[in-house]
Design a protein around this ligand. Sequence first.
Ligand SMILES: Cc1cc2nc3c(=O)[nH]c(=O)nc-3n(C[C@H](O)[C@H](O)[C@H](O)COP(=O)(O)OP(=O)(O)OC[C@H]3O[C@@H](n4cnc5c(N)ncnc54)[C@H](O)[C@@H]3O)c2cc1C
Length: 395
Amino acid sequence: MTDVMQAMESFPSSRQAALQRLEAFVQTGAADYGRTRNFVQAGHGNVSRLSAALRHRLVSEEEVLTAVLAGHRFPAVEKFVQEVVWRTYWKGWLEQRPGVWTDYVALAANPADEVPADAAMRVFTDELQSGGYLHNHARMWWAAWWCHQQGLPWATGARFFFDHLLDADAASNTLGWRWVAGLQTPGKAYLARRDNLAKYWPDHASLDAIDDSVRARIPVETADLSRGDIPEYAETPPALDRPVLLLGHADDLSIEKTPLGNLRPTAIALVAQPGETDGGAKRAWRSRAFDDAATRWLQHYGQTVERLPRWDGVEAWATQAGSGHVVMMAPFIGPDADAWRPVRQALREAGVEVTECRRAWDQRLFPAARAGFFPFWHKVRPLVSKRLPLAKAVD
Ligand SMILES: Cc1cc2nc3c(=O)[nH]c(=O)nc-3n(C[C@H](O)[C@H](O)[C@H](O)COP(=O)(O)OP(=O)(O)OC[C@H]3O[C@@H](n4cnc5c(N)ncnc54)[C@H](O)[C@@H]3O)c2cc1C
């Protein structure tokens, strides 16, 4: 089996496969997760490998947590619940500080010329480039080695990850890298140490190239960290009785499971715009996920889904499809939102109404990501631990 095919098997690229993985994880993985999750093992059977599916919302955070909490008491799976909530936290934090994303985009304008072929991290570089995934601990070690041992710019390393990860996510990747570099928690960086690698990576060959004397090289902050309000989005689409066009994209590939599932659109398009330097495994995975979404939406809405390779094709599609109202999930801060913004402006200037929606989970939880993770967790924990409707308001 090629590495790319292996990646498709290991990291579910359809909603059905993601739900099957979730079920298997609830049965056999979730209870041990807190004890075993930090170990980097061949095949990564000790972690869920649901991140690419979650990032593109083949399944949602709410579905994953509901299934895990239906199968286990909260204390037994608290660590896993907390990790899933980290994804929401990073997203909410970035939505309130778009300046951090624009800073990254400017710093990472050019991809890395080359990646040092250092024996210490070579195996992870190869795994990332061929298969599009790294275990969380390997991401931390690799990023620390890049920033602090090699002294390379954090944003170029983050771009290298973003180009290759199947789960490439503007919030988790940018903020994970900023955290390792020492920017996210000011003055506190993450360093890769031999004893830590030796303990959590039993298959390591040699760790000689890891230099334990390295000290943190914390970069100067260049981002605008000021916090702004998240724009207001609808939770349910208005005008169910009016003809609308439905627009899908990579940030939510299960729109039929949201209130948008009640629409009767006259046409549907799916924007599948890749990054210019995306790696082969990432392109292949996304292509499979887009195919899966288009198939499900055809079944659900009874409409063929037009595939648009770029966001700048949306205006022509909307004009041709002939309704004056586009409904969609709002993209999150990241490349799709950046490409969408001028198109939205052009549509509005052309008299097309645009309604952008957000899932209740995001609407309720994002605003609570005001400061550090633990104040956020303090608010969210009672909600998830008592199995209340997960999207209930958090104040
Ligand atoms: C430098 C760096 C870059 C990263 N870049 C990304 C990225 O681009 N996309 C991405 O999805 N994750 C990123 N992560 C977070 C994390 O490494 C992955 O989400 C996780 O390894 C995915 O594997 P899994 O699904 O088996 O996770 P599991 O261990 O099974 O965890 C379950 C879920 O919890 C969430 N989660 C787990 N750990 C984290 C974390 N540290 N931060 C945020 N959410 C987490 C994910 O949704 C994950 O699918 C990054 C972490 C670091 C340190």
